[in-house]
Design a protein around this ligand. Structure first.
Ligand SMILES: Cc1cc2nc3c(=O)[nH]c(=O)nc-3n(C[C@H](O)[C@H](O)[C@H](O)COP(=O)(O)OP(=O)(O)OC[C@H]3O[C@@H](n4cnc5c(N)ncnc54)[C@H](O)[C@@H]3O)c2cc1C
Length: 480
């Protein structure tokens, strides 16, 4: 009787889960859901930890919630320690599985994981499911995406206008193959758009049981990690100054809290003010705060859009609801760029053909500058306040992300890849596509024709923190 593994990656949810639906429809008798946690002390090439304690705490909350839900369906989540390329083949052998289902992620390291699993003899079925738009139904093949965001958005909006007004629910993904191209496969061309934004799937009403060998092996399963789910660490997220007030008495990681947060955001009619408030620097309601749940997949972008469309049907569309779509489309754009360019986005020059002007600062000066930037000790009050907020809470408004990125690149002559790696370590909403895409954009090494962004600090301060409230909020915060 067939046994399959389902590997939860950045899709820690049961709603709108075509990859999981494919596993359930595969004819398997048993299914073992598994998530792999990186080692807590994993370091980056830049010398700092890969994921901060805050980022890990948010992820752990999502895993705890997923485990609660799966346990309720009789199929608990197995959380494993270590490198998926090692742990998963060992686990498959221990429980008699030869097939694995998971979402497709078009970033080089994540692609390498899948390649290693295949090389180890597992049949891996991947499903692309993290974007709003289904790449199979784009007006172009992904290797011919419009060269920058605005023509991309305009073409998508034209395509949607010419499509059937009510999108059809997405059929469960085929178990036989990937449902959409990865960066390493050639896409096919399509001329119709009704499924361009599929309706989100409901959560499965039932799961399959664990394989008997897994039940018998229990704590001796390869990679098995016993303590995570029993020892909440979300107090790390409870800084009262945070724009993302999380922790035991605040927002929680995971699908249950994600859906509750989405509903309250809509119920309180916050979309109506979004366009006006979105560039503010602090507070909970100035922006949606969907990103921490979107990042680890506790919330699906298609589910958000479906609910925003229902909101528009009830209250009327307005510039706020449009702007939320506009921003979610940016998120998609960076995903599609990964499908188009893959590892090229990770080169120092990115997609740019021009070589960088040699920095006038010495290498030692640049190293010292980077350390001062990371710890909020540059001497520029707005930058320092923002970097301290990031360090203490794992969240930063979009405007401040732009300001501090520009400062590192332009004033401190820093390496954009170091900035991106620091954000990866600290952001609770770290998303490989959005992080890489935004850093490339500000560095002028992506597709943007304007060639980089330089934010004027004086102007930004006067415009967004004229009375100094934000700077005072973080002044004097000790930085480790
Ligand atoms: C240098 C830099 C690095 C970034 N790194 C990340 C990252 O790792 N993860 C991440 O989710 N976002 C990243 N962003 C984008 C953006 O800052 C966050 O998505 C946003 O601040 C999250 O807060 P929110 O959910 O309240 O956003 P809202 O303003 O409410 O926007 C709604 C949603 O739209 C999407 N969105 C908004 N702005 C952007 C954008 N510029 N690019 C892509 N998607 C966007 C997000 O999914 C967001 O949740 C980065 C921006 C910059 C300038």
């Amino acid at each position: 009787m067939k046994t399959v593994l389902f590997w939860f990656r950045n899709d820690l949810r049961l709603h709108d889960q075509p990859a999981l639906q494919a596993a359930l429809a595969s004819g398997a008798r048993y299914l073992l859901p598994v998530a792999c946690l990186p080692a807590p002390d994993e370091a980056t090439a830049w010398g700092w930890e890969r994921a901060s304690p805050q980022r890990r705490a948010w992820l752990h909350g999502a895993l705890r919630d997923l485990d609660r839900q799966l346990t309720g369906l009789g199929c608990p989540l197995l959380v494993c320690d270590g490198d998926p390329a090692t742990v998963l083949p060992a686990l498959a052998a221990a429980v008699g599985a030869t097939e694995l289902y998971c979402e497709d992620i078009a970033a080089p390291e994540e692609q390498q994981h899948v390649a290693s699993l295949r090389a180890a003899g597992l049949a891996v079925h991947t499903t692309w499911q993290s974007s709003l738009l289904d790449p199979q139904y784009l007006p172009w093949t992904v290797d011919a995406l419009p060269a920058s965001y605005t023509p991309f958005r305009q073409a998508v909006e034209r395509a949607l206008q010419s499509a059937a007004p009510v999108p059809q629910p997405m059929a469960p993904a085929s178990a036989a193959a990937s449902t959409a191209p990865s960066a390493d496969t050639a896409p096919v061309s399509h001329r119709s758009f009704p499924a361009l934004v599929a309706a989100p799937l409901a959560a499965p009403g039932a799961m399959l049981p664990w394989p008997p060998a897994a039940t018998a092996a229990g704590a001796t399963l390869p990679g098995y990690r016993a303590v995570l789910l029993a020892a909440p660490d979300d107090a790390l997220l409870a800084d009262p100054r945070s724009s993302l007030p999380a922790g035991p008495a605040g927002l929680q990681g995971g699908e249950t809290a994600a859906l509750a947060h989405l509903h309250q955001y809509l119920q309180r009619r916050l979309p109506d003010s979004y366009k006006r408030t979105r560039n503010q620097l602090y507070g909970v309601d100035f922006s949606s705060k969907w990103s921490p749940w979107l990042a680890n997949g506790a919330l699906s972008a298609r589910r958000i859009l479906a609910e925003v469309r229902a909101y528009e049907a009830q209250h009327g569309a307005n510039e706020g609801t449009y702007w939320l779509w506009f921003e979610l489309l940016w998120r998609d754009y960076f995903r599609l760029l990964h499908l188009q360019y893959g590892a090229a986005l990770y080169r120092e020059r990115g997609l740019s053909t021009r070589s960088a002007a040699p920095p006038s600062a010495t290498s030692d000066e640049r190293t010292a500058n980077l350390a001062r930037w990371r710890h909020g000790a540059t001497g520029e009050p707005l930058v320092d306040a923002a970097m301290r907020e990031l360090l203490h809470t794992g969240y930063l408004s979009n405007r401040l992300r732009q300001v501090v990125a520009s400062y590192l690149l332009n004033e401190l002559q820093g390496d954009w890849r170091a900035g991106a790696a620091w954000f990866e370590s600290r952001l609770v909403d770290y998303d490989v596509y959005s992080n890489q895409g935004n850093w490339l954009y500000i560095a002028g090494r992506g597709t943007d024709p304007r060639g980089g962004r330089h934010f004027n600090l004086e102007k930004q301060t006067a415009e967004h923190d004229p009375d100094g409230v934000y700077r005072r909020r973080w002044a004097g915060s000790e930085c480790p």
